[in-house]
Design a protein around this ligand. Sequence first.
Ligand SMILES: [Zn+2]
Length: 238
Amino acid sequence: MPLPRQAVTSFLVKLPSTGKQLEMRPFLVKEEKILYIALESGDVEEIQRGIQNVLVSCTLGKLDVDALTSFDLEFLFIKLRAKSVNEIAEVGIIHEGCEKPTPISINFDTVEVNVKKKDRIIKFDDVHGITMRYPSLKDLEELKGFKKNTDKLFTLIDRVMINAFDADDVYDDFTVEEVGEYIEHLTTAQFNKVMKFLTNQPQIEVNVPYTCVECGAEVEQKIQGLRNFFKLGSPTTA
Ligand SMILES: [Zn+2]
């Protein structure tokens, strides 16, 4: 006779890239194992894949994996961990220049991603500009097939550019060639704005003010990016 299973309670999370609510359930022991194996590999892509698989199971099949950005993945993982293991992680943090770790508590419920709609609008002058969306992990993954960097770049911009605008109109119907030509006619300063958008994606972050146990300094520490959370201790059990 099969043993009775307990029901798991679901919770709601807001997807940072779209602001849409998503229903999730905590991960189970079998899913935590998948995470462990991925984390132990230390391989960024394997970790990403492991997290992605667990997120799919825990979102009751509702997650649009293709649209997931790196910061969505990190954010959902942190929230999932908070609900599945513990909201508080006790870790040791080392003040720059000191050696002794200061014990701190991080509340994963306070982890956020600072995504502002206006950051997705890149203005080149008073009237010209483009509206972008943040590249998804799938967008980036699919660029691997291109050899030339310019092909990669124009393809990526073609995918994530929602429209170009001027004083008269909004243009949202274009080919990858037209995008290439548009980009080639930008000034270096304008082009750098596009590159900055593509390379500086938002990150998960949390503020942890603490007093260093070694030198007594009051430190305003901001921890950003999943990798830096990992460095502080095991993210699944800490
Ligand atoms: Zn110190």
